[in-house]
Write a protein that binds this ligand. Structure first.
Ligand code: HEM
Length: 468
């Protein structure tokens, strides 16, 4: 009997804790009366599992469709272990993003902090955010040089050259290698053939997997491996920066953008390393995902592909053979730009963002309670039939209407608007130029983009290719 006492006490304690969590979870005390409708789901995990359930990335997904039709475009839920307001309302999303810092600061879930590192731009706010963001913006402004354009074109040509004896390529993998190589060369002067480039790519793959893993930090888990990979990447970058500072590094061709980061006296070494990590991380997967989405949608839109090809043939005709692409050529790639935006609208590289309400905020007839997580769902306006005619159709011509750009937020908005959008667009435009002029491709029927919640392809986007 005495031996059973600890077990009975433990069971009683567990029961009481469960009842407490249940009451806390459903408690209305302190909540404003005009909370949006919704469902708080199970204690602790709430509705997170259904919210994260994968679906085709060119759709809103069953969870959001059902919740929006049952509760309206703004609803309450319990996601990532906290009470949450989910917004599928374009006006509210703009309001939230514009009021970053004042009412709705950034608020990525705690498990992501260990993976991103404490100085990541996605985690910091206030003056520190301004300081590191300014460094990134100066780097990107210094990047608008012929040096970057040549680097992109050279890497495009070497990627396409490597396909010449292939009948099939794993496109997403190739796009990742390409976009990381562009950043490595441009930022750190590392050539794609160097063993260090392969090492960094491998470490990045491990690092990125951590973002969709369970937050268990014990040796062997995906999360633990991701944290270790980030630490190794940081040491590699730290060493490269130190060599550059000592003047031991190999000389960079043309204008040296890394010096922009090194010349900032007000940054610590740790902050400099973090800025480089942010640029590599921000510029790598997102760009590769978008390239893959474009190639996927074009394979099903022959008229758009033909128009794109005509645009690039016209640019080629106006140039001497073998002359590299330049900024003037880029400015002529107007239809290409529409293709890029249409693929972002329909494919949704970034589905939602994380914010928190600092105080009770009234919006139309609802109140967002202080301390609640707020998730602006960027993909929601992309499929809204009141904003876009036939939203499920891949139609780059809809971008001829200037109003279309006001109805999407693929690069976010407000003070955290993506600083790398121009680099991503020029990279993709130059790659598409040579791709459409040199290759035809076919996708497989069972290989399509999934929101997981980040875009993944069911089979890695295997392309059957042939010279055109
Ligand atoms: C298709 C390509 C890309 C897409 C769709 C994209 C999307 C986004 C979005 C939605 C945000 C806002 C995050 C938030 O508000 O919480 C963001 C931020 C950011 N992006 Fe991009 N991005 C792309 C490419 C790039 C590239 C090429 C770079 C770097 C060269 C980059 C660097 C960053 C950085 C550093 C931030 C953080 C900004 C801040 O917090 O102030 N991105 N991106």
């Amino acid at each position: 009997m005495v031996e059973l006492l600890p077990v009975t006490l433990a069971a009683l304690l567990a029961g009481l804790t469960f009842v407490y969590l249940l009451l806390k979870h459903f408690a209305k005390n302190g909540c404003p009366s005009n909370l949006p409708r919704g469902n708080m789901g199970w204690p602790i995990c709430g509705e997170t599992i259904s919210f994260l359930k994968s679906h085709r990335s060119n759709s809103l997904g069953t969870f959001l469709e059902e919740h929006c039709s049952r509760y309206g475009k703004v609803f309450k839920s319990h996601l990532f272990a906290v009470p949450t307001i989910v917004s599928c309302d374009h006006d509210l999303n703009i309001f939230v993003l514009q009021n970053e810092g004042k009412l709705f600061p950034v608020n990525y879930p705690k498990p992501m902090h260990h993976i991103l590192g404490k100085f990541s731009l996605l985690l910091i706010s206030g003056d520190l955010h301004k300081k590191l963001r300014n460094t990134i913006v100066s780097f990107i402004s210094a990047s608008k040089s012929d040096q970057l354009l040549h680097c992109i074109e050279k890497l495009t040509l070497s990627t396409l050259e490597s396909w010449k004896d292939c009948k099939e390529v794993s496109f997403y993998k190739q796009a990742k290698r390409f976009s990381l190589s562009v950043m490595l060369k441009h930022l750190l002067n590392i050539d794609s053939e160097e063993p260090l480039a392969s090492k960094i790519l491998e470490e990045f793959e491990t690092y990125i997997k951590g973002f969709v893993s369970l937050p268990i930090r014990i040796p062997g888990t995906t999360c633990y491996k991701a944290i270790k990979a980030r630490e190794r990447l940081q040491s590699i970058i730290k060493e490269l920066l130190a060599e550059r500072q000592k003047g031991n590094a190999k000389p960079a061709e043309g204008a040296d953008c890394l010096n922009v980061i090194l010349s900032k006296q007000n940054l610590s070494d740790e902050e400099r390393v973090s800025v480089v990590m942010d640029l590599l991380f921000g510029g790598y997967e997102t760009t590769a995902k978008l390239m893959s989405l474009i190639v996927y949608f074009l394979s099903q839109a022959p008229k758009a592909l033909e128009t794109l090809k005509e645009e690039h043939q016209a640019i080629r005709k106006g140039k001497e053979d073998g002359k590299p692409l330049n900024l003037e050529d880029y400015k002529q790639m107007e239809f290409t730009n529409s293709v890029i935006y249409e693929a972002m609208r329909l494919g949704n590289v970034v589905k939602f963002l994380h914010r928190i309400a600092l105080e009770d905020v009234k919006f139309k007839d609802i109140t967002i309670p202080s301390g609640w997580q707020v998730l602006p769902v960027l993909s929601s306006s992309h499929f809204d039939p009141t904003l876009h005619e036939n939203p499920q159709e891949f139609n780059p011509w809809r971008w001829n209407d200037n109003a279309t750009s006001k109805k999407v937020l693929p690069f976010g908005g407000g003070p955290r608007l993506c600083p790398g959008s121009d680099i991503a667009k020029v990279e993709i435009s130059f790659f598409l130029h040579h791709l459409v002029l040199n290759y035809r491709w076919k996708t497989k029927p069972d290989d399509y983009p999934l929101a997981f919640p980040y875009v993944e392809f069911t089979r890695g986007l295997q392309l059957e290719i042939a010279p055109s």
